[in-house]
Ligand binder design. Structure first.
Ligand SMILES: C[S@@+](CC[C@H](N)C(=O)[O-])C[C@H]1O[C@@H](n2cnc3c(N)ncnc32)[C@H](O)[C@@H]1O
Length: 333
């Protein structure tokens, strides 16, 4: 095919349409309704209390980009991609699209220009509070975000337990561990270990049931608090997945210093983050913009993590690939 840079550009620009179309399909639980086989748009419209004409138009558009497969008589079936939108998929992703398509978040991306002009966090400039304060005040946004994190972490947790040997640790503290999906995967894989799940009180409030469902509740303490004040002491390993990238350097150093104060030799610090790829390669770069817009942080290179460690009493020991992420290991200096 003849290269058409204009059309390539148009397709990039129109990416927003795909995001919202997937969000609506996810919110209407279309993938769950297709779990047992194809259904017509009319049937799906009645199951989801939607307009059959508008729903048909949504589904045929999504079939054109591989989310569903359109058959005869306006019927639709799941594709492997669409299957990930099921609530009970092995590696679900519906929580993520419902989070990024949610109006407060979506509007913040509409203020990217403000971030680029000023270097400021667009979400805070727009809503007057940062994402964390916003979620305290909006429990429904908090629930959507927590589900997004749990969805995003499912496949990632598997990669972490495959990539890193936790067998030498008796007590693992997951700092900012959300609803415990990574810590559960670690404790399920390494039965010698016990864990402490540490996060903000409103995040860990209902987490016991999830730890119970994962069969690790008896080996896991749940602690609510702020990592800017203190983190639980006495761990052999301190894990932080997707925490430091949420923050600019001053806050990141403060969080690392809190961990450092809680740690005794030979405890290890393990960050799980997306490291920024070399020029012209994709990994990390849009996530970095997402950090600029929403929580007000940044993705970093290995060298930039080493510099943060230097300022907070750690030394980088090694970096291991774990799926699309990197485990960045450090020890107290
Ligand atoms: C991007 S999420 C990552 C969650 C989890 N580590 C994972 O990988 O799914 C960031 C987490 O940091 C937590 N967090 C934000 N501010 C915090 C604070 N001051 N103290 C403790 N946790 C905090 C949030 O509640 C959220 O669960």
């Amino acid at each position: 095919m003849t290269p058409n840079p204009w059309l390539d550009m148009l397709n990039l620009i129109n990416g927003f349409q795909i995001t919202q179309a997937i969000r609506v399909a996810s919110a209407l639980r279309i993938a769950d309704h297709l779990k047992d086989g194809a259904r017509s748009a009319e049937e799906l419209a009645s199951l989801t209390q939607s307009s059959s004409d508008a729903l048909y138009r949504l589904l045929r558009a999504l079939a054109a980009v591989g989310v569903f497969r359109e058959g005869d008589g306006r019927t639709f079936a799941l594709t492997p991609m669409g299957d990930c939108l099921r609530m009970d998929a092995a590696t679900p992703i519906g929580g993520w699209v419902e989070h990024v398509g949610n109006s407060a978040y979506w509007e913040a991306w509409g203020h990217l220009l403000h971030s680029v002009r000023t270097g400021e966090n667009a979400f805070k400039a727009l809503h007057g509070v940062d994402v964390w304060e916003y979620r305290v005040k909006h429990p429904e946004a908090n629930a959507v975000f927590n589900r997004a994190m749990t969805d995003m972490s499912r496949g990632g947790s598997e990669a972490v337990v495959k990539a890193y040997d936790f067998s030498g640790f008796g007590h693992i503290v997951d700092v900012g561990g959300g609803q415990g999906s990574l810590l559960s995967a670690i404790l399920q894989t390494w039965p010698q270990a016990r864990g402490t799940l540490f996060d903000q009180p409103q995040v860990v409030a209902g987490v016991k049931e999830q730890l119970q469902a994962h069969g690790v509740v008896d080996r896991c303490a749940i602690v609510g608090g702020s990592f800017f004040d203190a983190v639980p002491e006495g761990g052999d390993a301190y894990v932080m997945r997707h925490i430091i990238h949420d923050w600019e350097d001053d806050e990141a150093i403060a969080i690392l210093q809190s961990c450092r104060r809680a740690m005794r030799e030979p405890a290890k610090l393990l960050l799980v983050e997306r490291t920024v790829a070399p020029p012209n390669e994709l990994p990390g770069k849009f996530s970095d913009l997402n950090m600029l817009v929403a929580p007000g942080g940044r993705e970093r290179t290995g060298g930039e993590y080493a510099a943060l460690f230097e300022k907070s009493g750690f030394e980088l020991t090694r970096m291991l690939p774990a799926g699309t992420f990197t485990i960045i290991e450090a020890h107290p200096r």
